[in-house]
Write a protein that binds this ligand. Structure first.
Ligand code: FES
Ligand SMILES: [Fe+2]
Length: 456
């Protein structure tokens, strides 16, 4: 095999010097199946990507009309509507959707608007239980299947045929314990839309997890700026420098599977290439917490393997699951899957987050950001119901949210600060768009191409 020099590399072929994420993970004492680490990257060009998409109310209107109305989007987790006749309201742009658990356990979704005079049947943000769906304005009532059952003073509505006044259905489907909705008349099957996700074969499948924490915060940036901030690890060097001692960044692996789904995987317990020369394995183990845990390295052992083993032993009984065969990368690393347009989840044990980003209607510079932490559901146990949501306003930091993990709250606040400043900078810019890295920012380019496909 001939190795390529920087002069002979084509655009998109260059990678950070030093061990790649693939090298590190496949050398783990407990590596994942090779297909899990397979590289999926295609060069998609280097042209600047327009700023106008973040700033223009017209662009936001086109997104609503041509994109939000056609994509599969995560409306809730099943444990948010655990019992028959539980409901939750999912709003996207100007459309409000009522998601209802059915008597047999399946899920239906309806446009959240009364067929009488348009009242919302349940308020935005509501979650609860109702034997029947009764409009709070005049009391028209539907069953949870969406069939109209009663109209107060029905003598006044001889022109209303009840069979024609069912609630307007919305397509709904599930994967991994997540409920997805799609407002299109004939959407593609969810399974196709999710590309590689249904075949992931995770050792702890997403449907065997549950929400243990949910915070919803308004962000001071367009929803795409907000999503994009979480699609690359390039920013770790400048934004989260305290993470470099333990986290990969420039050597992060990026995979783009199709138009909708992409992934990054960056290692923990192996220093950033920016610092690699300055850290030995004993120092890394100490930084991971090895000293307090009484851990030491045998000859040739890597800190990351020793720490992963420790986590399997400690966290398994804690979580009530057997972690003994979970690969090191899924124990330790930051593995993030993104599904267009606004759904992100981390299937790892130590980084168990889910994100969802939605535009605030009428405000191009604001985003509703849902951050969930999921835990594996203990073996042999029913999924516990979801906890109450904690709400944070534009100015409320994550670090002050009740019950927030202090380490992660600090990191999210660093990211949130960037969003506001980037938005301000973009508004001032004399440039027409952002200039993306060919590899490290490929997921952003893919996302914007998929969006452009919907809008074209
Ligand atoms: S608007 Fe719903 S019953 Fe009148
Ligand atoms: Fe970040």
């Amino acid at each position: 095999m001939t190795s390529k020099t920087s002069e002979t590399l084509k655009p998109g072929e260059a990678r950070c010097p030093g061990p790649s994420t693939h090298d590190i993970v496949m050398a783990d004492a407990m590596p994942p199946p090779p297909e899990f680490m397979a590289n999926h990257y295609d060069y998609l060009g280097s042209a600047d990507v327009s700023y106008d998409a973040y700033l223009s109310p017209d662009f936001a209107a086109r997104e609503e009309e041509q994109m939000w109305s056609k994509v599969w989007q995560m409306a809730c987790r099943l444990e948010e509507i655990p019992k028959p006749r539980d409901f939750i309201v999912y709003d996207i742009a100007d459309t409000s959707i009522l998601v209802v658990r059915q008597d047999g356990g399946s899920v239906k979704a309806f446009i959240n608007s009364c067929r009488h005079r348009g009242m919302q049947l349940a308020k935005s943000g509501a979650r609860g239980h109702a034997a029947m769906i009764r409009c709070p304005f005049h009391g028209w009532t539907w069953d949870t299947k969406g069939d109209l059952k009663s109209i107060p003073c029905s003598w006044d509505f001889p022109h209303v045929d009840k069979t024609e006044f069912g609630l307007d259905p919305v397509h709904v489907d599930q994967w991994g314990g997540f409920v997805f909705v799609n407002l299109a008349v004939s959407p593609p099957p969810l399974r196709d839309y999710l590309e590689v996700l249904p075949d992931l074969n995770l050792p702890l499948p997403m449907e065997r997890r549950h929400i243990v924490y949910h915070v919803q915060k308004t962000l001071a940036a367009n929803w795409k700026i907000s999503v994009e901030a979480f699609l690359e690890a390039y920013h770790v060097l400048a934004t989260h420098p305290e993470g470099l001692a333990l986290a990969g960044d420039a050597n992060c692996q990026y995979d783009v599977y199709g138009k909708n789904v992409s992934r990054f995987l960056h290692t923990i317990g192996f220093p950033s290439p920016h610092l690699a020369a300055e850290r030995d394995q004993a120092q890394i183990l100490a930084a991971l917490g090895g000293e307090e845990a009484g851990l030491s390295l045998k000859l040739g052992e890597r800190a990351r393997d020793v720490w992963a083993n420790h986590l399997r032993k400690i966290r398994g009984p804690d979580l009530g699951v057997d972690l003994s065969s979970v690969p090191t990368t899924q124990m330790m690393d930051s593995i993030e899957y993104y599904c267009f347009p606004n759904f992100v989840f981390f299937p790892g044990v130590n980084f168990p987050m889910v994100y969802r980003f939605r535009p605030v209607p009428g405000k191009v510079d604001e985003t509703i950001f849902d951050l969930y932490f999921l835990a594996p559901t203990p073996e042999g146990q029913e999924t516990p119901p979801a906890p109450e949501t904690i709400y944070l306003g534009l100015e409320d930091p994550f670090i002050e949210a009740a019950g927030m993990d202090a380490r992660l709250g600090f990191i999210y606040d660093q990211d949130v600060e960037n969003l506001r400043q980037q938005t301000r900078g973009i508004r001032s810019s004399r440039k027409a768009g952002q200039t993306l890295g060919n590899y490290q920012e490929i997921r952003i380019r893919r996302m914007r191409e998929t969006l452009a496909d919907y809008l074209s």
